[in-house]
Design a protein around this ligand. Structure first.
Ligand code: DGJ
Length: 520
């Protein structure tokens, strides 16, 4: 990367931004689309440059191109109005030396529902910065969403950070996105019960939110529309009149208030340096109720509320540890929400699921949590290695790919891509079968496909008029030599099962190109 050039500030369309290409939203950095092959550090790692020193190389050895890095309010504004960006600058400089991009996580008013990253001068002044309350009246270490003094203080610090980033980084674009707060929401109750919150809850649902309901109507998520319709599809009223009574409405109320607060913070930051900004969600599991998981968090069932309340937030993102990975991806790609997964498992499961996120849900990026503890041979590194080879094809052919995970219970997947039906099955040869497989395929042109992964094979059937059958024409391997993807072997014979299948054999990932032909 080039050296920082203070004062040389690119325009808004040149700084990192999101762009829609063939209906797919891509992250554009230095004018080029990129996929984030990311990982998130443990919460405290980035508070010390010395602690971080040995970590950088381990990240590039894992084939990451981007590191998700906490930056906290307590660190940058230790005294009110007095800012210290020395650690921020050190992190950026070290990332540059290691050719890594970064996403900064702004840990400020809330982290995992609690308020622990605010500076001591905020914590101690709880009269000036009021807190939320639970049913039993216990004071909790959670800033109230309803108090202007709170969001102004957070926004002031965040704006200072973004102003600094603009000066320090808009030329190099090491920092490509910002997460605003972390897993917001009330834990232990479905809503804030402080007097100011009780008053707001008894008042009218905000006009901006009502407008969203009225204008979107049939286009609302079924979860929100169902509640609104069941309560009489009113165009005005109190929260309970509009959505009915109960914890689900209290969750909607909190979602609106968190969104409204976070939007103030994001807007102040974007006024300084408008790079993409997102929020992340601690996902509800099983029969959990609002308050078991943070109530008001950007869950997929309150997306409409968040989108209406936080127009300066570009993406609502799942921290996707749940086992129903594809289903959650689908839920988070509704309402034109681009998919970015800031946290997920880094085990074999995460390494497999990354193919699904990129291949089938056009993810901008994925990022296992606690990446700094990963060993050099961690599965995610193996996925990211081949993803680095196939990423340019995904980016050049947006929406023309499929990703999958196969096992004994789910040994087959079919997809229609590039004028063919692809029959993707667990690989087998001479009676021996793989027990698991995963990968992704991109349609790159007329009968041309590129794929990455292991343990599967693909057969093709034409879907367009012409000769009825499709055969494997040629298969070429791509290999990484001195950091560059290069043509490897021409594969044939057993490696294509004598022309019966495009094989990604064994458990080692490969990147292969295939040319299909048709015959009668
Ligand atoms: C989700 C949070 O967002 C992370 O900061 C971290 O606390 C992990 N949970 C721990 O699993």
């Amino acid at each position: 990367m080039a050296a920082t050039c203070l004062g040389d500030t690119p325009t808004t369309t040149q700084i990192p931004h999101l762009r829609k290409q063939n209906g797919v939203v891509q992250l554009i950095v230095q004018g080029q689309p990129m996929l984030i092959l990311g990982g998130e550090l443990f919460n405290s790692s980035s508070s010390s440059l010395t602690y971080m020193a040995p970590i950088w190389k381990r990240m590039t050895d894992l084939h990451l191109n981007t590191l998700l890095v906490p930056v906290s309010w307590e660190e940058v504004e230790p005294k009110e109005g007095s800012f210290d960006f020395s650690v921020v600058d050190g992190l950026i400089s070290d990332a540059r030396k290691n050719h890594l991009h970064m996403v900064f996580l702004w840990l400020a008013s809330w982290k995992n529902g609690m308020t622990s990253y605010d500076p001591l001068w905020v914590k101690e002044d709880y009269k000036r910065f009021p807190r939320a309350e639970r049913k039993d009246g216990t004071p909790i270490q959670v800033l109230s969403t309803l108090v202007e003094e709170n969001w102004d203080a957070d926004a002031h610090a965040f704006a200072a950070l973004m102003r600094h980033l603009k000066a320090f980084d808009s030329h190099d674009q090491t920092v490509v996105m910002i997460q605003v707060e972390n897993e917001v929401g009330v834990l232990g109750d479905s809503r804030d019960r402080s007097p100011i919150a009780n008053q707001a809850f008894a008042g009218q649902a905000p006009a901006d939110l009502m407008q969203r309901l009225i204008v979107a109507d049939q286009g609302l998520t079924p979860e929100i529309r169902r509640r609104w319709v069941a309560a009489g599809q009113r165009t005005a009223g109190t929260w309970e009149q509009v959505f009915g009574s109960g914890p689900a409405t209290e969750e909607i109320f909190m979602a609106w208030n968190y969104a409204h607060y976070v939007d103030h913070v994001a807007a102040a930051g974007k006024a300084e340096y408008p790079i993409p900004m997102y929020v992340n969600a601690w996902l509800n599991e099983g029969n959990a109720k609002p308050g078991d998981y943070p109530s008001g968090c950007p869950e997929s069932h309150v997306m409409d509320i968040w989108q209406a309340g936080a127009p300066h937030i570009d993406m609502l993102c799942p921290d996707l540890y749940a086992s129903n990975f594809a289903e959650r991806c689908q839920l988070y790609t509704r309402q034109a929400n681009p998919l970015f997964i800031p946290e997920m498992q880094g085990s074999e499961v995460g390494a497999q699921n990354a193919f699904v996120a990129f291949g089938s849900y056009n993810a901008i990026g994925t990022s296992p949590f606690g990446i700094d503890r990963s060993q050099p041979d961690a599965p995610i590194g193996k996925t990211y290695q081949v993803m680095s080879g196939i990423a340019p094809f995904i980016l050049d052919h947006p929406g023309q790919s499929v990703g999958f995970v196969l096992d004994a219970e789910h040994p087959r997947e079919t997809a229609t891509l590039g004028g063919y039906t692809l029959d993707i099955t667990l690989d087998s040869l001479f009676g021996r079968s793989s027990t698991e497989g995963c990968g992704l395929i991109v349609a790159t042109g007329d009968g041309e496909f590129v794929g990455a992964g292991s343990g599967f094979r693909v057969a093709f059937r034409p879907t367009t008029p012409g000769p009825l059958y499709a055969g494997i024409g040629t298969v070429d391997e791509m290999i990484l030599v001195d950091g560059k993807w290069t043509q490897g072997r021409r594969l044939n014979g057993d490696e294509t099962d004598q022309g019966w299948g495009w094989r990604f054999s064994g458990s080692q990932n490969s990147v292969l190109k295939c040319k299909v032909y048709r015959y009668d």
